[in-house]
Design a protein around this ligand. Structure first.
Ligand code: NAD
Length: 254
């Protein structure tokens, strides 16, 4: 088991990539703190892990709310005594060209996707510093480097996460804390299904178009990202620091 005895906090683990990663990490021997805003989906993830004889505990928290994030981290420490790995996965979409975007919608995307990485990190890092060890995985996206149409707010947030990852890595390397980022291409999850419905009259046609953007000729699956996260969470990646890890099926730039 590649994650035996590790305690891992995954934000947004009620759905999609976060859920798939939680199930995989539990199979690899980790105790999972499942976070989500949505109580029903977070509870379902824990139930599935328990059915497979894994260890998991759900803590509802909004990653944009400092007091609720602090309470989540305190609860996790009370229960397990440590957090070895933090996977900052929770995120939302954001569509539209800059001049069309409503300021509230813009701020919401920035709040969840940037503050939602900053706040869990802020409260978990002191515990990792005390342990003198930790791995933080930040969810970026290949969109950070692609310039896709109609995604101004979302691209901004995922680019910011790359910069934040490097900055965090420099600040905490001395405490044996590694901070890396994952950059997925298009992975078929509820998040993408929602985006397609929001943005296209014919989502099936849109999927075919997206496939042509990835050299793989197909969309990714949540487990493609979960296996990358597994590597970053495990000590096998001990020499990776502040790095972007692309899981994008060979995205065609431009
Ligand atoms: P998803 O919508 O299936 O899951 C996201 C989860 O985050 C949901 O369960 C949601 O309830 C939770 N969440 C949202 N806001 C929250 C908040 N404020 N506090 C706590 N939880 C919250 O999405 P997904 O496709 O699995 O995406 C996960 C991450 O991967 C996101 O950061 C997304 O930007 C990123 N990503 C996804 C893709 C893709 O193609 N699916 C590509 C690149 C990056």
């Amino acid at each position: 088991m590649r994650l035996r005895d590790k305690v891992i906090l995954i934000t947004g683990a009620g759905s999609g990539i976060g859920k798939c990663t939680a199930l995989l990490f539990a199979k690899e021997g980790a105790s999972i703190i499942v976070n989500d805003l949505n109580v029903e989906s977070g509870t379902n993830t824990v139930a599935e892990i328990s059915e497979a004889n894994g260890e998991a505990y759900f803590i509802q928290a909004d990653v944009t709310d400092a007091s609720s994030v602090k309470a989540m981290v305190d609860k996790a420490i009370n229960r397990y005594g440590k957090i070895d790995v933090l996977f900052n996965n929770a995120g939302i979409s954001g569509v539209g060209k800059l001049h069309e975007v409503d300021l509230d919608a813009w701020n919401k995307t920035l709040n969840v996707n940037i503050n939602g990485v900053m706040l869990p990190s802020k409260y978990v890092i002191p515990h990792m510093m005390e342990q003198n060890k930790g791995s933080i995985i930040n969810m970026s996206s290949c969109i950070a480097e692609m310039g896709l149409a109609d995604r101004a707010s979302y691209s901004t947030t995922k680019g910011a996460i790359l910069a934040l990852t490097k900055s965090m890595q420099v600040d905490y390397a001395a405490y044996n804390i590694r901070v890396n980022a994952i950059l997925p291409g298009t992975i078929l999850t509820p998040f993408v299904e929602h985006y397609l419905k929001q943005s296209y009259e014919n989502p099936e046609e849109a999927i075919e178009k997206i496939k042509t953007r990835q050299l793989s000729g197909d969309l990714g699956r949540p487990e493609d990202v979960a296996y990358a996260a597994l590597f970053l969470a495990s000590d096998e990646s001990r020499f990776m620091m502040g790095s972007p890890l692309y899981i994008d099926g060979g995205v065609v730039f431009g």
